[in-house]
Design a binder for this molecule. Sequence first.
Ligand SMILES: Cc1ncc(C[n+]2csc(CCOP(=O)(O)OP(=O)(O)O)c2C)c(N)n1
Length: 321
Amino acid sequence: MTVSADQALDLYRVMATIRVFETTAGSLFAAGELPGFIHLSSGQEAVAAGVCSVLRRDDALTTTHRGHGHCIAKGGKVFGMLAELYGRAAGYGKGRSGSMHIADSSAGILGANAIVGGGLPMALGAAWSAQVRGEDRVAVAFFGDGAVAEGVFHETLNLAALWRLPLVLVCENNRVAEMTPSSVHLATTRVADFAGPYAIPGATVDGNDVLVVRDAAATAVARARAGEGPTLLECETHRIRGHFEGDPLRYRSAEETAAWAARDPLVLFRARLAELGVPSARVEAVDTEVAAEVRDAAAAAAAAAPAPVSSLLDDVRPGVS
Ligand SMILES: Cc1ncc(C[n+]2csc(CCOP(=O)(O)OP(=O)(O)O)c2C)c(N)n1
């Protein structure tokens, strides 16, 4: 799948927006500005940008506790997300959900999810809904290697394969769940191998190369849209920051950090943009615009009204105690 210079620059803009968003959120959290908890996806931008670049707005996705990047790449608004992180009434969850429950159904973002593996059956449901209604929408479930040993992962694969649902399962394999290496909890650490027993296509790709991810996702999405069923796509990647902000990263060696720093998806793609003939001035202009967008959104979110305490029980179903 070839990309034009403009398409490549669009992909770069998405990745740069995610990186700046995450760095900004990390700084705000460290400064004590954000209530709640955040998990940042720095280093994994190419997966979000590559997969979402081949989705339509009416396609659905579910994401995880580490979902900011997926939401941005699918068309989520930076202000709505930051306002949510700040606990503002103008946030996506009216300031009551926080980072791990950001959703925007108008952009097909069915939600982040604090429960590891929790988004998988929801995406399955969205895919089933599209099939039942005879619509050519697809659903994508993003999840980490930490979800792969869960029963719900296998149940989702089984049903999606059995009913040939338009579902793309995207595993961001960063090889560690919290502090537990996948070799400790997975019988096979090559996640794509789990496609075999369910007789669906499985592929392992370089999750730090946005064009490679985009190609693999395009194949999987085309297959799903054509009614041919699900694909398991494993993207090998690296989470640069800790599992949570403040994680001292004692489980990571300096060598591993250095090796992956050389494969930072933004660094790799800047080099690729140069090869594609995109002038560096255009790349720098994107960097400037993205920095301004996130800075302005953060300032507006900081200045926005907090969610009133009186709204705490709004939207909670009456009669449920
Ligand atoms: C069902 C469930 N079990 C345990 C947890 C605690 N927990 C939160 S994040 C996490 C690790 C998830 O790892 P992975 O799925 O690989 O995603 P990553 O953090 O690497 O993006 C765990 C065990 C949880 N939130 N939900």
